[in-house]
Design a protein around this ligand. Structure first.
Ligand code: PLP
Length: 379
């Protein structure tokens, strides 16, 4: 079996798994118990992880809040901002290609009086910046509290011009939330340099454990907590900290940042190989967002004329038809639909996402399977 679904999740690195195990079995004190050595050791593990994650994303340690994953970080930022700003700034703008972890909380703010507007993308999946600026600066519309635009799309890999989104948003007095879940270890970035107000990250997308992530909150910004209780994480995320997960995330983020250039070069080489092999044998093949800047490692393929689902033809390759959530709901990708792809074609599209452990031999095998599957569906 060849794994080619690294955007959905990644295997835990052995050194990360060792650290998680140590925290589960050795450093198992409660980090809130500062009177005990065990508690202080657990606290030190969290402190180290916070430094590692902050360094990896270009933030300060006091700006990093650990959560159960990117989904919780999105919910915390969106509900936390809207609860405070709704009376004066009722609008929330999200791009049409955001992950459901962003669209669903945005929509859930509407019964309380929020106005949720989705921002169009062009056929390459890039945000239409002119239409966005018009929405932001519409003097007849209510004011915008929060703009949510993801840095890199999980289905196509398309990268957005986040600095421009920040510039336009801040000029209109709006805050910016950026979903950076797919970025760690694939692109060099710094949340401070981008000027973002909030960003989310997830450990299991960068060879860390599942069930842990982080929210970046720019220093000085206020947020209402989503989860209330014992006051952990500065009162912003109560509940005994997931020390093994947090420590594992810290190490995974540290390695991702240190190795980003080598990982990116590896993924670029393999993505080029995969796309050229498949295109050579399948005339008419569309690589979605090919004309835009993309993260390496992600290829969303669409082939007009297929009778049936391409993905179903791959018996020994683990791939997907879009995000894990879209697969759960068996719906055609909302990302491709937002880019203007016909729903039928979107439903038959296929995403291959490569990772650090992927080899050239595997890529050649994946290309062979894709071509054989397409030929079967075309004949
Ligand atoms: N945002 C993006 C872009 C993702 O790819 C994912 C993962 O599917 C998420 C958010 C949610 O991440 P998590 O599984 O950590 O909640």
């Amino acid at each position: 079996m060849i794994y080619a679904d690294y955007n959905a999740t990644t295997p835990c690195l052995p050194e990360v798994a060792d650290l998680v195990r140590d925290c589960l079995c050795e450093t198992y004190g409660n980090p809130s118990n500062r009177a005990s050595l065990m508690g202080r050791r657990a606290r030190a593990a969290i402190d180290t992880a916070r430094e590692q994650v902050a360094r990896a994303v270009g933030a300060s340690t006091d700006e990093i809040l650990f959560t159960s994953g990117a989904t919780e970080a999105c919910n915390t930022a969106i509900f936390g901002v809207m609860e405070r700003l709704l009376p004066t700034r009722p609008r929330i703008l999200t791009s049409t290609i955001e992950h459901p972890a962003v669209c669903m909380p945005a929509e859930a703010c509407t019964p309380a009086g929020a106005e949720w507007i989705e921002l169009a993308v062009d056929p390459q999946g890039r945000l239409d910046l002119d239409a966005f600026a018009r929405q932001l600066n519409d003097k007849t519309a209510p004011k915008t509290a929060l703009v949510c635009v993801m840095a890199a799309n999980n289905e196509t890999g398309v990268l957005q011009d986040i600095r421009e989104v920040v510039r336009l948003s801040h000029a209109a007095g709006a805050l910016v939330f950026c979903d950076m879940t797919q970025m760690l270890g694939k692109a060099s970035f710094s949340v401070h340099a981008e000027g973002i107000d909030f960003a989310c990250f997830s450990a299991h997308k960068c060879y860390g454990p599942k069930g842990v992530g982080a929210l970046y909150k720019r220093r000085g910004l206020a947020l209402s907590p989503l989860i209330r209780g014992g006051g952990q994480e500065n009162g912003l995320r109560s509940g005994t900290e997931n020390v093994p997960g947090i420590a594992g995330f810290g190490l995974a983020a540290d390695l991702a940042a240190r190795e980003v250039n080598a990982r990116r070069a590896h993924l670029q080489r393999l993505t080029r190989l995969l796309e050229s092999e498949v295109k050579r044998s399948l005339p008419g093949l569309i690589v979605q967002s090919e004309g835009a800047d993309r993260l390496p490692g992600t290829s969303m393929f669409t082939l007009p004329g297929l009778r049936g689902k391409w993905l179903a033809q791959l018996s020994d390759v683990v791939a997907s038809s879009g995000s894990a959530c879209a697969s759960l709901q068996e719906k055609p990708s909302h990302v491709l639909r937002a880019m203007g792809v016909d729903p039928d074609l979107a439903a038959r599209s296929l995403r291959i996402s490569l990772g650090v452990p992927t080899t050239e031999a595997e890529v050649r095998q994946i290309a062979k399977r894709l071509i054989e599957g397409a030929n079967r569906l075309q004949s």
